[in-house]
Write a protein that binds this ligand. Structure first.
Ligand SMILES: Cc1cc2nc3c(=O)[nH]c(=O)nc-3n(C[C@H](O)[C@H](O)[C@H](O)COP(=O)(O)O)c2cc1C
Length: 416
């Protein structure tokens, strides 16, 4: 299979420029600088490349929102905040092949006429940040950001450990020196973003496919994957599997084959109960739904979930779904920025109800109350943080209601 992102993950010291160059790093640049910026935009459009940050928004569409004759600058932000539970794929890129990301940043910046790139780093990714800085410094010292063909500044910003700062408007505020609170959209960042400039924000993995598209052409990229999902996807697998880790798969690969081959099957060969396929913001799939789904945007939707960030969490028959959901609720309640009342109060309330049910102190009424509170806060906040918990609650209760009832009936967790 064609590996676009992880090809050199096993090579030692790929963050060193000399090693990376020996393995083809920056080889797309010669061709890139022979193309005009608008040709690069067209080529990326032809590739049908879609963002990997969770929302599945086509890259070209985002780029095309920049008004052609605007006198405002265009900034590029690299979203390396990766804090969604179960998601650790960008971390692997930052650690094992940071030059691939830097090359991808250069392609996007050249195409869009960007003179300032901001990289927003998850605060806890200390080791990855050190590696990235070492790689970036070597690339800058080599003159890659100050040549005739391409001049650009790169500003690296480390976050303070808030999940909400991965949301693009909160991230922008955080770089601007304010508290990371999401803003109403429109205006979208591409119209009015960082310091008022047109701002294109991309996930780390999204940018890493750009050098392949330039070197091999849009058609080569578009020939990989399915009708609507092109290229490959990084999946970070955790939970009850024999070999958790980060794997690159061609779009359209069956979940069953990813679990059996890459992940080595469920732990101890136990029966699969559920899969959360794209980080905690997407609906859970029961075993039948998961085993019938494929890793691509359209198949995940048909199965009743979303590809999201590709953070796949696997639960086998020994897992308590109430406990899992309770942990998810604790995360969202902690990470709510507190700006919108339904999110601030609702996520905390859901956490409390779930704690009660999980510890055996809940009643039948609580299971319905859980569903009602989730329905009550749905769609009532500025950003999708609360709605992410809502989809988890609704899908878990719908698919595993018996387990919630059992907790109530027994007055304890049946899985302890
Ligand atoms: C609460 C929240 C957290 C988010 N965290 C991240 C993140 O850590 N990394 C990321 O790339 N996108 C994250 N996003 C999505 C970004 O807002 C944005 O859509 C994404 O960076 C766009 O990248 P793409 O166009 O390359 O997909 C988050 C969204 C929300 C609502």
């Amino acid at each position: 299979m064609t590996l676009i992102i992880t090809k050199y993950f096993e090579v030692d010291d790929m963050h060193r420029l000399s090693v990376a160059k020996d393995h083809g790093a920056y080889s797309s640049l010669e061709k890139l600088f022979q193309m005009s910026p608008s040709d690069v935009v067209d080529e990326v459009g032809k590739s049908k490349h879609v963002g990997r940050g969770g929302a599945g928004f086509p890259v070209w569409n985002k780029w095309n929102f920049i008004p052609p004759n605007s006198d405002k600058p265009v900034h590029l932000i690299v979203n390396a905040d990766e804090s969604e539970p179960g998601t650790f794929k960008d971390r692997a890129i930052l650690e094992r092949d940071p030059h691939l990301l830097i090359e991808g940043m250069m392609v996007a910046a050249y195409a869009l006429g960007v003179k300032k790139i901001f990289v927003y780093f998850r605060g806890e990714y200390r080791f990855q940040w050190k590696r990235f800085i070492e790689a970036l410094t070597q690339a800058e010292d080599e003159g890659l950001f100050s040549s005739e063909a391409f001049k650009c500044d790169v500003i690296v910003h480390r976050g303070g450990g808030a999940y909400i700062c991965g949301e693009e408007t909160a991230l922008i505020r955080s770089i601007e020196g304010e508290r990371g609170l999401p803003k109403e959209k429109p205006p979208f960042p591409v119209t009015e973003g960082l310091f008022g400039a047109h701002t294109v924000i991309h996930n780390v993995e999204t940018l890493c496919s750009l050098p392949f598209i330039i070197s091999n052409g849009a058609d080569a990229f578009a020939s990989i994957g399915t009708e609507k999902s092109k290229g490959t996807k990084l999946i970070s697998i955790s939970g009850h599997v024999e070999s958790p880790g980060v794997y690159e798969v061609v779009m359209g690969t069956p979940v069953a084959s990813v679990l059996a081959t890459h992940a080595g099957g469920t732990l101890g060969g136990r029966r699969l109960k559920a899969v959360v396929p794209g980080g905690t913001s997407v609906p859970v799939l029961n075993s039948e739904e998961a085993l019938g789904a494929r890793i691509d945007f359209e198949s995940m939707k048909e199965a009743g979930s979303l590809l999201g960030s590709g953070g796949m969490m696997v639960l086998d028959e020994s897992a308590c779904t109430v406990r899992f959901l309770s942990d998810v609720a604790r995360f969202y309640a902690n990470e709510s920025c507190g700006q919108c009342t339904p999110c601030r109060e609702g996520t905390g309330w859901i956490k409390k109800i779930l704690n009660g049910i999980e510890s055996g102190a809940g009643s039948d009424r609580d299971v319905q109350l859980l569903v009602d509170v989730a329905e009550g806060i749905k769609g009532k906040s500025i950003c999708p943080l609360a709605d992410s918990l809502v989809v988890s609650v609704q899908s878990f209760v719908r698919k595993f209601r018996e387990e919630f009832k059992q907790h109530v009936k027994l007055g304890c967790c049946p899985f302890n």
